[in-house]
Design a protein around this ligand. Structure first.
Ligand code: APR
Length: 311
């Protein structure tokens, strides 16, 4: 069987990390794509990572390029093209700049990668992934956004630290839009099956939720730019689920056509990813408080979506 081809659109911080993970996990060959002004960076990172692979003993061809033809026929496309946040910015502040970029990427994907499973990482996430699907006309099951895996991981870490247990034993689900209105589903969050509310006091839990919601911003404030290790690992978990038909149940931004009561919207919900792409949108029973928070989050996503329609 020929190796899979993974096109990474954007060869910046997350793009480089993605290329490294694809190679280390031998998921396939990589095309690290960026705009012509950054072709040198893409090519340089590709060479460095290929040489890194020689030390690690992994077989992966990594090519840097600014030519869309090199991405042709990709099995998976991960999009990080766009500008990241600077301190003080919200994800929504990136809308006008990144919308132009995602439209350009969409037009090219339509032409060169019509059969790919597409994972969008660029922010503001829920609107970027909606726009990508709209421009390409790709089926909803082949276009998803990465946010919930990362937000859930942040919550898992903070809970593990609070309880003093391994992160391996914490299961958490964060749904809704990828912003300050994201919704941790505490009714389903457990430490190896034990409801988290039994193990963490309410005030501590509230502080952890707040830290999760602003977890991306906390890093932007410290580094002056967005996180890149955990976002890349999250997107790779999704890509791996597709390439290896793992049927993983993950929180991702998926196209909603009536599920959870929302129509024509991308937002974080639990989905099953396998060889068919989004094989299922899983309906989780929510408390009335959680549903109210999800409504609020959907409203916030819709507001940015409306703004994008005027741009
Ligand atoms: N096509 C391809 N690449 C592009 C395009 C385009 N039209 N426009 C910009 N890029 C490239 C930039 O040249 C840059 O190399 O996207 C890359 C983005 O890299 P970084 O600036 O390092 O940003 P990064 O931290 O990787 O984040 C990318 O993901 O999480 C989100 O909020 C984050 O929107 C941001 C995106």
């Amino acid at each position: 069987m020929a190796r899979k081809k993974i096109a990474l659109i954007g060869a910046g911080n997350i793009g480089g990390e993605l290329a490294s993970l694809v190679a280390r996990n031998e998921l396939g060959d990589v095309v690290l794509f960026d705009i012509p002004e950054k072709e040198g960076v893409a090519k340089g990172k590709a060479l460095d990572l290929e040489q890194n692979g020689a030390i690690l003993g992994v077989d992966a061809k990594i090519t840097g390029s600014s030519n869309w033809a090199d991405c042709a026929g990709a099995d998976v496309v991960i999009i990080t093209a766009g500008v990241p946040r600077k301190p003080g910015m919200s994800r929504d502040d990136l809308l006008s700049v990144n919308l132009k970029i995602i439209r350009n990427v969409g037009e090219n994907l339509k032409k060169h990668c019509p059969d790919a499973f597409v994972i969008v990482v660029s922010n503001p996430l829920d609107v970027m992934v909606y726009e990508l699907k709209r421009i390409t006309g790709f089926p909803a099951k082949k276009v998803v956004g990465m946010a919930g895996v990362l937000d859930s991981a942040r919550l898992q870490l903070f809970l593990a630290q609070a309880v003093g247990v391994s992160v391996k034993d914490v299961r958490a689900l964060v749904l809704g839009g990828h912003g300050d209105t994201m919704v941790p589903i505490l009714s389903n969050t457990t430490i190896n099956g034990i409801p988290v509310k039994q193990l963490v006091a309410a005030d501590k839990l509230n502080a952890i939720i707040e830290r999760t919601r602003t977890g991306g911003g906390e890093i932007v404030k410290l580094m002056g730019t967005s996180a890149f290790a955990a976002p890349a690992t999250s997107a790779i978990a999704m890509a791996t689920a597709y390439l290896k038909d793992q049927k993983r149940l993950l929180a991702c931004a998926a196209y909603l056509d009536g599920e959870y009561g929302y129509k024509d919207l991308y937002m974080g919900v639990p989905i099953v990813i396998g060889a068919g792409g989004v094989e299922k949108i899983v309906n989780v029973e929510l408390t009335s408080e959680e549903k109210a928070m999800l409504d609020k989050s959907a409203g916030a996503v819709r507001e940015v979506l409306e703004a994008s329609r005027k741009l």
